[in-house]
Design a protein. Structure first.
Length: 367
């Protein structure tokens, strides 16, 4: 078989040598293209033969010429290496997870329920009888000690008026009788006798004074006792009312603590699931990248799942209790907003349960 290329070796000259030098320069050598096969050209040929696993003889024959004349490919012309990347499904899930933790629907529903319980917290206690009790207490503590003044005793004053009238009448009768005995002439004796008759009535009046004082003391004591009884009655009512409020507050605190615990537990479990999923998809991505880089076939995954998944039973239960709390508080719009947000994803059984809840609070079932 005829040679395709002209064989040249050390000492050769001419155009073939010049072409050889040009081809070697294309492969990175820096030869003078003078057409003379000297030491430098021979060294370049031997180096090229060694690097390309050719027969190492320093002679440019068919094998060396064939290798030199083959197309030299640039990086852009080289065949593309397999792209090391995971499947579409893995990449999609990993991208979503690496954006950061997002609470699941179970967690947001638990938070909604907790907030609805918070809205039911009893208002701060307000006393119903505080002002009345304060006024009564002032009346009791600022009450003047008992003292008796006949002049200020209305009952005694009535008796005193009557006895004075009787005393004056007796005095006038006595003086008249005494004057008749003396022929109608007034005398000191008559005046004395009349004055004595008046004094007898006054003495009788004074003799009754301890009795009036005793009655006044009893009246004073009864009034004080009435104040204390009235204060005690209001105090009893106030304590009963406060105890009912305290019971309501304690019941609310228990329910809120349970709602908070449910929210915390849901959050902790949800974050663990997130961290597990993140680690899983990172590992999957690494494995699929290795397979892809090796040229092996990687399952590219199914298309992105469409939305519209049903509401979980846990989330539905939390939302049901939240709606119930809002309806008890008269916050119909807040309850309706929950249905507007989640109603489209409820199962028929969940919808029926919510409808009954609304009807039980006198609200139309609009699901």
């Amino acid at each position: 078989m005829a040679s395709t290329y002209k064989m040249v070796a050390y000492g050769s000259q001419g155009d073939a040598v010049r072409q050889l030098q040009s081809e070697l320069n294309k492969h990175g050598y820096q030869l003078k293209e003078d057409g003379i096969f000297g030491k430098n050209t021979r060294s370049a040929v031997r180096d090229y033969q060694r690097k390309n696993n050719l027969r190492l003889d320093g002679i440019a024959g068919d094998e060396t010429w064939g290798s030199l004349m083959a197309p030299v490919l640039t990086e852009t012309e080289m065949p593309a290496a397999p792209v090391a990347k995971p499947s579409e499904k893995t990449a999609r899930e990993l991208e979503k997870l690496e954006k950061g933790y997002t609470p699941s629907e179970d967690v947001t529903a638990a938070l909604t329920y907790r907030d609805s319980v918070a809205a039911l917290r009893p208002d701060a206690y307000e006393s119903a009888y505080g002002q009345q009790m304060a006024a009564l207490y002032d009346d009791m503590t600022n009450r003047e000690p008992f003292s008796y003044d006949p002049e200020e005793d209305a009952a005694f004053a009535r008796y005193a008026k009557m006895y004075r009238q009787k005393g004056r009448a007796a005095m006038e009768d006595t003086m008249g009788q005494t004057a008749a005995l003396t022929g109608g002439y007034a005398s000191s004796y008559a005046e004395t006798a009349g004055q004595q008759a008046y004094e007898r009535y006054m003495q009788e009046l004074m003799a009754m004074l301890p009795e009036f004082q005793e009655q006044a003391q009893k009246t004073y004591d009864r009034e004080g006792q009435a104040l204390r009884e009235q204060y005690d009655l209001l105090d009893k009512r106030e304590k009963q009312r406060y105890d009912r409020w305290q019971d309501d507050l304690s019941a609310w605190e228990r329910e809120y603590a349970q709602a908070q615990a449910q929210y915390d537990s849901a959050g902790q479990q949800d974050r663990k699931l997130y961290e597990t999923a993140l680690a899983h998809y990172r590992s999957m991505a690494q494995q699929e990248q290795k397979l892809s880089a090796s040229g092996a076939e990687v399952d590219r995954g199914e298309a992105a799942a469409s939305g519209g998944e049903s509401l979980s039973s846990t989330a539905a239960d939390s939302l049901y209790r939240a709606a119930g709390n809002y309806l008890k508080k008269g916050k119909v719009q807040e309850a309706a907003a929950l249905l507007g947000q989640y109603g489209g994803r409820m199962t028929p059984a969940q919808k029926k349960r919510f409808e009954k809840l609304f009807v039980s609070h006198g609200q139309p079932a609009t699901l």
